[in-house]
Design a protein around this ligand. Structure first.
Ligand SMILES: Cc1ncc(COP(=O)(O)O)c(C=O)c1O
Length: 379
């Protein structure tokens, strides 16, 4: 009875793990949930206040489908000073979450039979979005640091799109200027599009984030996506945005106007406050994430676990092939150590030797998780 298109989509594995962890917790077990994909900080109060004031002012009606003018203007300015991408507010569409922007941009670019290149282990929702559009994912190889190699070999005459996600979920890897330039050259030579998902842009350590859309030649080939979930701890608010070539934005706008309509009105108002007020909270959140990353990297290395030191996001992606691989290790972690992590296979075929550990948890809980892991692996 179900449409063929819908039956090709599977449940999000990260949501499934989180649901299992919550179930065990509600059964009274002390589960440490390191499967989460959201900052464990509260949304800053001044942003919450802006939303409340907006409701009391009566901002409870429809807005233009592409978003309110003030927010689109603030985002256009942000693209300029953070990302060196020059756009006007007309080139910005506000969406209910970056996920909707990713979904819509993929639907707008991919045709039946087109190929989309994903670079190594990649966020769980890209492939279902491509499948939904009738396209096919091609998984490009990465090296031990999760950097692409021989990317050109994965481009065919059916390739339409490459998705770049730096800093990356699940590996935390950050693509440097050289790699981005190589991708740019391939994209320009083969007349492709890039979706650059920059949702972890602000959560980055010891280096600057580079937007591929700012490289010369990429102005008309890049769809840049971002959102408020990670930088401002606003996952539940559902607020994201994108910019890109007008021929793509036109279809994204139409898709949105016939589906979700627009992001929630007072949430858009809060978004203006988030962008236009002090960014101090972002800095202190990132400092805390960095301390936790260091703590976990040191702890895992004491356990003898191989793990690259990620340059951004709040995930570690250790190699657990010695412990039976990602699926087996994630199962044992939950059943024997009461720690929820995500098996790397959720992020594509290149992830099966790994698990994703989110360090969006307090230092105390992370230390406790390392102690439990030490018992589990007999270190
Ligand atoms: C790489 C990546 N892109 C997009 C999203 C979606 O973010 P949003 O909450 O804005 O929909 C996530 C959320 O986990 C993510 O990890």
């Amino acid at each position: 009875m179900v449409s063929t298109r819908m039956s090709s989509i599977v449940d999000s594995p990260t949501m499934t793990i989180s649901a299992m962890a919550k179930k065990l917790t509600s059964a009274g077990l002390d589960v440490i949930d390191l499967g989460v994909g959201e900052p464990d900080f509260d949304t800053p109060k001044h942003i919450c206040d802006a939303a409340c004031e907006s409701i009391w002012r009566g901002d409870t009606h429809y807005t233009p489908s592409n978003g309110i003018a003030e927010l689109r203007q603030a985002i256009a300015e942000k693209f300029w000073y953070d990302n060196h991408i020059t756009v006007s507010s007309d080139d910005v569409i506000v969406t209910p979450g970056a996920k909707m922007a990713v979904f819509a941009a993929i639907q707008a670019t991919m045709d039946e039979g087109d190929e989309c290149v994903l670079i190594g282990p990649s966020w769980v929702s890209y492939e279902p979005c491509v499948t939904f559009a009738g396209g096919r994912v091609v998984w490009a190889d990465v090296d031990e640091e999760f950097m692409p190699h021989d990317l050109a070999e994965f481009i065919t005459d059916k390739t339409k799109l490459i998705i770049v996600n730096s800093p990356s979920n699940p590996t935390g890897s950050v693509l440097g200027a050289d790699v981005l330039r190589e991708i740019r050259d391939l994209v320009v030579d083969n007349r492709l599009y890039v979706i650059s998902d920059e949702i972890y842009e602000k959560i980055i350590y010891d280096r600057d984030h580079i937007s591929i859309g700012s490289l010369s030649g990429m102005e008309h080939r890049t769809i840049t996506i971002n959102g408020f979930s990670k930088a401002y701890a606003m996952t539940g608010w559902r607020l994201g945005y994108l910019t890109g070539p007008p021929e793509i934005l036109r279809w994204v706008g139409r898709l949105q106007s016939h589906s979700t309509s627009h992001a929630t009105t007072f949430v858009q108002r809060a978004g203006v406050t988030a962008l236009r007020s002090s960014q101090e909270m972002v800095g202190s959140m990132v400092a805390e994430f960095r301390t936790r990353r260091d703590l976990m990297i040191e702890g895992l290395s004491e356990l003898g676990m191989r793990c690259t030191n990620p340059g951004g996001a709040f995930y570690l992606f250790p190699d657990v092939s010695e412990y039976g691989g990602g699926d087996e290790f994630a199962k044992r972690m939950l059943s024997d150590a009461l720690i929820a992590v995500t098996p790397g296979s959720a992020f594509g075929p290149g992830g099966s030797n790994f698990v994703r550990i989110s360090y969006a948890a307090s230092q105390e809980r992370l230390k406790e998780s390392l102690e439990r892991m030490a018992k589990l692996v007999g270190a």
